[in-house]
Structure formats: structure tokens, C-alpha cells
Design a protein. Structure first.
Length: 703
């Protein structure tokens, strides 16, 4: 019972653009008829506004035809956008494309030119497709709600939940209101035939018009790579639009094995999700639930992929800003991933393995900006070849260097003696805590043993590769009983206070210092000395300990001497003295290094119980996997920082409005905000250069 409206194509208006040979439109060549005719007053000063490369490029992306549209009783004829060239957009705006042109990628100008006021599009789906493409590369997420298409930061947050990445609704001004130019009448189902009346619904699959809108992102919305990830995550796009191939593979594994491990889900989703997307435990749970719900559909398809994908919708995430390789560290990670197999395949013996190991590092260093490494060699070598013995290697990425420059006031030195490589060399790292008290590292590597010369080599490399923070600016160095204050100074930390790790000291250090019998006698007093919160408490406990030793018959002079020596080194372990070290932040030892060791073992041994180690691989593969771990940590840190920044923006806006209310009153503040918002909206419609030519549109408040 629907009215059918016919379309008739009268002509296709084409001209040759100086930017390309693709047909484009201009305001001089297109004439409007009927109600869609544009008011010339809205184009005041347009001839004075110079078009940029981005605006000229935007004109080449839309395909326009002059057609007849509208209801059969009120038809109009005019230009309609009938197509959007997404392949051309990706050709010049995708950074991975050989034809990438950054001058075309001013996305604010692209949006202003693509989505113009009073413009007619052939359908809402086409307009949404164009906006999705733009959002994918600009770095925001589009939300479609019946008569409007907007950024999903638009509006005010109604939820009281404190999300990690801040509130989703933050008052963004990117918003377009649409009007359907055709309707369809229908009779709603009703039990009483006499009360049936015709009703009308909008035809969004037919021509629509942009009746108002703003192409600029305002207030606390700032499109970026991480903004695209966080907003897409909140919109559940990654879970709802999982690729068919990944869902099919997980359903197949679930059907055959009966379970899905977290490691399997992560390994399956990592290649099909963007590089900037971190796979959290919540993602693993949601994917497992989705697979369980789709399992009956998989069984009904009898393992036929074509039948399965016809039912399940999917989306490709491997395009856009959230999948771009933009950081120098990313280049190192990608090269480490792709080169190790090629180098390892040529390895035949241990000597060849060491040689290929060196060549592997050289390849990464030559291609990835910011990646540095240094080889540790012995004094003796092979007299025939003249090569010195290789004793280890330490490397550093640009992110690690920045970590040390920002958070290197307190560092931890340690080696992990686990057999995680075929050479059985210990793992070495310089660990720290960042501003969120998360572990980060300044450099890492594998060295032939826990020796003074190996620690000296690692510290020398750190000093040369990180000139932004001299060792004289390091306030404290935490380590185990292998170190003392003299060794710390010898390594170059001349102004640093040595912190003896309390956990190692309580676990095994006290027994090594006092012996088994002395430890059993003084254990309680020694623990009180270590945990003392003031000098008085420490001295009182020390006197009680000496009194206990003096009562022993016969007196043990050796044990008394050890106690005096232990007390003379109170600066390295007493809690009240450690708390006074600048930048200590309440730490009592080398917890950052221990946490980093656990992180390494967990990353190298997915699915293995905590503390277990089944990993022992070639050094080339170890470097690849350690760089892969560093990439994941950097990705998670970036997402946390983006969330904190979004919270600060919203909080700052709220505090600003509150301050204005206190100074001028709510009514005056509301008028001022309306004035500023009007400028933002008109800048999006006419451009910043043309908006000041319309002063009559603005009425400033007296305040």
C-alpha cells in the first residue's frame, strides 16, 4: 500500500578539476530548482575565501547527478550526491598508501566541504558511509540516530559510572540534522478495522537533505588515534563487528575442543584488530560469550564458511587511524616480528646463531628510528678470526629512553636467572615506576652472568643512549644484596642513595649475614630494625638487640661485630630513612624489578601457571617476543593516558562553568556559552574566515 515515486536522471554535470580529471561540481555550474534553491545571502564573501588543497580534494570525492526526487505530488529536480569515492579517499589519506598526500588530510576542512548545509544525498546510508570513512582516519566514532548523524562524544553524560577512559558524552559540536524528502504511507495493524488510519514513515533509503549541522569538534572532544579506539570500545564496535573469519575459527575450535583459552582468543583476534587496540580481559570474556551464542549457527552451517558468513555480519578493522604505524617504536616491533624467521632459518650452528643474532639487531637498528643496541664483548677472542667473545647485548627503544628521562629518579637494577634463551644468559633490565605507578623499563637485554662488569656495561649503555637524564640526577638505586653503596657510585650514580631490597633482605639476606644460629636468635629484633618508622624506634630496638647479645654465655664477638656492621648500613634498609629519600614515593626496595620479571615470564609463558617457565628460545626469537611485550605495555599505557586526559578535559569544563556561575550568575554564563557555541557552529558551516562578516548574528551579553 505504499506510494511509489519514480526517479529520472536529466543530466550529469561534469567539469575538469585542476586537481584531477575526476568529474566535480561547482556552484556556478549547478542550478537549483524548487524548494532546494540556495539563498545567495548565505554566500557572502565566498569568493574571497581561498580553497585549500583539502577542500579541492573533497570536491573530487563526491559524484553528483541532477535527478528528480521527492513525493510524487511535490517533486523537485536538482543536484544530488549519488556516490562517494572511498577508494580514492584511502589512496591519498591512508599513510600506508604510496600516494599518501598530507596536504589533502585536513579533516576539518574535508568535513566542511563534504557535508554542506542544504545539500541533498541519495540516501542516509551513503552519507553515513562517507562520515564513517572520514571518522576512521580523523579519529572519532560516528553515531546515527534517526534524524541525525553525530560524533558519539556529542551530548551530556547521564551515566554515573566512573569509566576508566572518562565519560563518553562530553559536549562535542560535530552534529548534522537530516530531513527525509520522501515518505511511505502504511496501515498499522489493529484489531478494529474501522479505526485504521494511514500513517507515514520516513524513507531513509531515498534522498535526504542536510538541514543543519557543524563539522567542527568542540569542547573536550579531540579526534585522535586513541580517541578512535576508546570511543569505538565504548560503542562495542570491536565486539559487535568482529570479522567473520575470526568468529568462524573460534567457533570451529570451540566445537572440536570444547573450550576456548584466553591465549587462543588473543592470538586469533590480534591480527584482525587494529594495532592500537589492546585486548583486555573484558574483551576475552565478551568474545567467549559471543562465540557461545553463535555456536548453534555454526553447527547449523555444518562447517561451511560461506553459509556461516551469510548469517553473521562483519567489519574490517584494518583501515584507519587506529591501525596506522605512527610511532618509531612500532617500526621496531614490526621489523622484529618479520625479520626473525628469515634470520633464524639461516642458522645452522651456535656460532652462526650468534652471527645472525648480531645481524638481526643491525637490521632493526638501520630501519627503526630510535632503536639502539650495544654488544658486550670479552677481552679475549678467537686468534684465527680476530673476533672477541660475545658476552651479551642490551637494547633500548625510543619509549624506553623517554621513560628513563621522565621517571628515572628512582630505578631498580637486577637480573633474572631463568633459562629463557638457549644461551642460558640472565635477563637484565633497568626498571622504574611511571606516574600511574605502573612498571616501565629504561633498557633491557641478556648478559652472560650476574657480574659487576656486566652491570657496568649495562649502565654505561644507558648513560650513552639517554643523555636527557644524566646519572647525577638519579636519586636512588634499588637492588638486592649483590650491591652496596660503593658499587652504586662506581656504576656512575654518584648522587644516588642505595636501597637494599627489603623483601630479599627478609627472605634470605639476614640468614646470609648472621648465619643460621644468629638469625634464629636475633630474627625478631632485626625485623623491627628494618621496619622502624623513626630513629627512636630503631635505636631502642638496636639497644635491646645488643643487650640480648651481651647476655649470651659465652659472648659471641663475631656476631656482635656483624650487628654493628649491619647497623652502620641502616641508610640502605631502614624504613624511616628510605622514606626521606627524594622521589622515593613510599617504596621499600626493588619491587619494580621483581614486577618486571613476573611480567616477562607471564608474557613469554601464556597459559602457564604463575611463576612457571616453559620458555627457552633462540635469542632472536626472545628479542622479538620481548619487543612484542613492550609494544603491548605501551599500548595499554597510551589508552590509560587518553582516558585520564579525557577526564581532565571534562573536569576543567565543569570547573570553568562553575567559576563563571559564581562570578556572573547562571543566566549570564548561559548566554556567554551560547555565544561561543554559535561561533563554533557557524565556523563549521561557513568557515572561520567568513563568520566575522555576519556580526548581526551575535549579540554579546553586557557582562
Amino acid at each position: 500500500m505504499a506510494d511509489t515515486d519514480s526517479f529520472s536522471v536529466h543530466e550529469v554535470v561534469t567539469i575538469q578539476s585542476p586537481l584531477t580529471t575526476k568529474p566535480v561540481r561547482t556552484s556556478e555550474d549547478i542550478s537549483y530548482s524548487g524548494n532546494s534553491q540556495r539563498d545567495d545571502s548565505n554566500n557572502i564573501g565566498n569568493d574571497e575565501v581561498s580553497h585549500s588543497a583539502s577542500r579541492d580534494f573533497a570536491e573530487t570525492l563526491k559524484e553528483i547527478e541532477v535527478i528528480t526526487y521527492g513525493h510524487i505530488k511535490n517533486q523537485q529536480t536538482g543536484p544530488v550526491v549519488t556516490g562517494f569515492d572511498s577508494s580514492r579517499f584511502m589512496q591519498f589519506c591512508d599513510k600506508a598508501s604510496p600516494n599518501y598526500e598530507p596536504t589533502y588530510c585536513n579533516y576539518d576542512e574535508l568535513a566542511s566541504e563534504l557535508f554542506q548545509f542544504d545539500e541533498v544525498w541519495i540516501s542516509r546510508d551513503l552519507l553515513l558511509k562517507a562520515m564513517e570513512m572520514l571518522a576512521n582516519y580523523h579519529g572519532f566514532t560516528v553515531c546515527c540516530e534517526k534524524e541525525s548523524i553525530k560524533c558519539n562524544h556529542e551530548g551530556s553524560e547521564k551515566s554515573t559510572h566512573d569509566y576508566l577512559n572518562g565519560p563518553l558524552k562530553s559536549g562535542c559540536t560535530f552534529h548534522f540534522k537530516l530531513s527525509s524528502l520522501e515518505t511511505e504511507k502504511y496501515l498499522p495493524p489493529s484489531s478494529d478495522d474501522k479505526k485504521k488510519r494511514w500513517r507515514y514513515k520516513n524513507r531513509w533509503d531515498r534522498p535526504i537533505k542536510i538541514i543543519s549541522g557543524c563539522a567542527q569538534h568542540g569542547t573536550s572532544c579531540h579526534p585522535s588515534r586513541l580517541n578512535r579506539v576508546t570511543t569505538s570500545q565504548r560503542a562495542r564496535k570491536y565486539i559487535n563487528d568482529m570479522p567473520n573469519s575470526a568468529i568462524f575459527a573460534l567457533c570451529n575450535h570451540m566445537e572440536n575442543s570444547g573450550k576456548l583459552s584466553s591465549d587462543l582468543i588473543r592470538r586469533t583476534m590480534q591480527p584482525v584488530w587494529p594495532r592500537a587496540k589492546s585486548i583486555s580481559k573484558h574483551d576475552v570474556f565478551n568474545i567467549r560469550v559471543k562465540v557461545m551464542r553463535l555456536l548453534p549457527i555454526y553447527k547449523g552451517s555444518h562447517g561451511d564458511y560461506n553459509r556461516f558468513k551469510d548469517i553473521v555480519n562483519a567489519t574490517d578493522f584494518l583501515n584507519g587511524i587506529h591501525n596506522e604505524v605512527t610511532l618509531d617504536d612500532d617500526e621496531a616491533y614490526e621489523l622484529a616480528q618479520s625479520l626473525w624467521l628469515e634470520v633464524e632459518s639461516t642458522t645452522k650452528c651456535r656460532e652462526d646463531g650468534l652471527f645472525s643474532f648480531i645481524e638481526y639487531l643491525k637490521l632493526i637498528n638501520s630501519k627503526a628510528k630510535g632503536f639502539l643496541y650495544e654488544l658486550a664483548r670479552g677481552s679475549e677472542g678467537n686468534p684465527q678470526s680476530g673476533k672477541k667473545m660475545l658476552l651479551g647485548v642490551v637494547w633500548q627503544t625510543a619509549t624506553m629512553r623517554r621513560n628513563f628521562e621522565l621517571f628515572g629518579d628512582l630505578i631498580g637494577l637486577d637480573m633474572m636467572k631463568r633459562g629463557i634463551n638457549t644461551l642460558l644468559w640472565p635477563y637484565f633490565s633497568v626498571a622504574m615506576y611511571n606516574e600511574m605507578k605502573k612498571v616501565c623499563i629504561a633498557c633491557e637485554g641478556i648478559l652472560c652472568g650476574e657480574r659487576e662488569d656486566m652491570y657496568q656495561f649495562g649502565c654505561n649503555f644507558l648513560a650513552k643512549s639517554s643523555p636527557g637524564r644524566p646519572f647525577t640526577e638519579v636519586n636512588a638505586v634499588a637492588a638486592d644484596g649483590f650491591f652496596d653503596q660503593g658499587l652504586i657510585v662506581k656504576l656512575g650514580f654518584v648522587n644516588a642513595q642505595f636501597i637494599l631490597d627489603q623483601w630479599h633482605l627478609l627472605d634470605s639476606g639476614l640468614m646470609k649475614i648472621f648465619g643460621k644460629s644468629g638469625y634464629e636468635l636475633l630474627n625478631g629484633h632485626l625485623i623491627k630494625m628494618i621496619k622502624a618508622q623513626s630513629e627512636i624506634e630503631y635505636d631502642t630496638t638496636l639497644e635491646a638487640t645488643l643487650h640480648l647479645l651481651h647476655q649470651q654465655i659465652p659472648r659471641n664477638g663475631n656476631l656482635e661485630h656483624k650487628l654493628h656492621d649491619f647497623a652502620s648500613r641502616r641508610k640502605t634498609y631502614a624504613s624511616y630513612l628510605l622514606a626521606a629519600i627524594p622521589g622515593n614515593r613510599g617504596l621499600h626496595g626493588n619491587a619494580c624489578s621483581e614486577q618486571n620479571h613476573w611480567s616477562v615470564l607471564s608474557s613469554l609463558n601464556p597459559g602457564v601457571a604463575k611463576g612457571g617457565n616453559m620458555y627457552c628460545e633462540h635469542p632472536i626469537q626472545l628479542i622479538r617476543d620481548l619487543l612484542k611485550r613492550q609494544k603491548e605495555q605501551t599500548r595499554q599505557t597510551n589508552l590509560m593516558l587518553e582516558g585520564m586526559r579525557q577526564k581532565m578535559r571534562v573536569e576543567f569544563l565543569g570547573q570553568t562553568i562553575h567559576a563563571l556561575n559564581v562570578l556572573y550568575g547562571p543566566m549570564s554564563t548561559r548566554n556567554t556559552l551560547k555565544y561561543l557555541l554559535s561561533r563554533v557552529l557557524l565556523n563549521g558551516i561557513w568557515g572561520a574566515a567568513d563568520t566575522p562578516r555576519r556580526p548581526h548574528l551575535f549579540k554579546k551579553t553586557k557582562n
